[in-house]
Design a binder for this molecule. Structure first.
Ligand code: PAF
Length: 289
């Protein structure tokens, strides 16, 4: 017998009633916001929540306002039935699957705009993306009212943006950032990996290979960020049809580029393979993985 499916809730009044019942029962609520097409990375966040919270809520909502006009919103994988099965398997208590009209009521005109940490890297290549992410995440926090929320480290800048928003706007939610879950060969798990053809899936390994090589170079004593970046670009561009949006070595807090790798730095990249845009990152130096 498979585990019972978690309760799937689409309507706001039903969600409010379910959250109020959990609160009345004095339960600590953990929350995992997702866009569905779930994989082991998401499930690791559910497990982290379950380890710390008496109730775990998951949202599945492909947020149109965080996609640019030429991005993959319409083809983003939507796999609700399979997602609910996976969530049953790891014991999520409640799944919120809102409709666009509830998330963005008629006349919607209020946005969350996070400053400096949202500007470089993804901010440059996906204008408006973090405005959409911060806005929907704040809305989801207001609806679900969690005590803690769980995000993956693969989306390093997203987690930094959400931390900034929560601190700046006094949002009473603890933000937990959990390790990136990787395939055995190192590819970071991502809902977008399913777009890759088998041969592109192989070529996509250059992302992790370049990050690993950066880690090795720092371990061997290299401190010059430009030298490390040259080597990373060489590894990535050896893959046929790889196109680099950015490869950068940055301060892990400010996300500004560093010239020299001091105690710790973050190598971070976004690369298109066969038109699928993949992101990944790795800490370098003392706090390296
Ligand atoms: O990381 C994601 O899946 C999305 O950006 C999030 C946090 C669910 C907001 O839509």
């Amino acid at each position: 017998m498979s585990d019972p499916r978690p309760r799937a809730i689409a309507s706001l009044p039903e969600l409010r009633a379910a959250i109020a019942a959990l609160r009345r029962a004095g339960k600590r609520i953990g929350f995992v916001p997702t866009m569905g097409a779930l994989h082991e990375g998401h499930l690791s966040l559910v497990r982290a929540s379950k380890a710390e919270c008496a109730a775990t809520a998951v949202s599945i909502y492909v947020n149109p306002r965080q996609f640019g006009p030429n991005e993959d919103f319409s083809k983003y994988p939507r796999t609700l039935e399979a997602d609910l099965e996976l969530l049953a398997g790891c014991g999520a208590d409640l799944v919120f699957t809102p409709q666009d009209a509830d998330v963005y009521p008629p006349g919607f005109a209020s946005w969350v705009e996070v400053g400096a940490v949202a500007e470089p890297l993804e901010g440059q290549f996906r204008p408006g993306h973090f405005r959409g992410v911060a806005t929907v995440v704040l809305k989801l926090f207001n609806l679900v009212q969690p005590d803690a929320a769980y995000f993956g480290r693969k989306d390093y800048q997203q987690a930094a943006v959400i931390r900034r928003m929560v601190a700046d706007l006094h949002v009473p939610v603890e933000i937990r950032v959990c390790p990136t879950v990787r395939e055995p060969d190192g590819l970071a798990m991502s809902s977008r990996n399913r777009y890759l053809s088998p041969s592109a899936r192989q070529r996509a390994l250059v992302l992790w290979k370049s990050l690993e090589r950066a880690g090795e170079m720092v371990a061997e004593g290299e401190r010059d960020a430009e030298k490390i970046l040259r080597e990373m670009r060489r590894i990535i561009l050896a893959a046929e049809d790889a196109r680099i949006d950015y490869v950068a070595i940055v301060d892990p807090d400010t996300l500004q580029p560093v010239e020299t790798v001091q105690k710790s730095a973050l190598a971070i990249l976004a690369v298109k393979i066969e038109n699928t845009r993949l992101i990944d990152n790795r800490m370098l130096g003392e706090s390296g993985e």
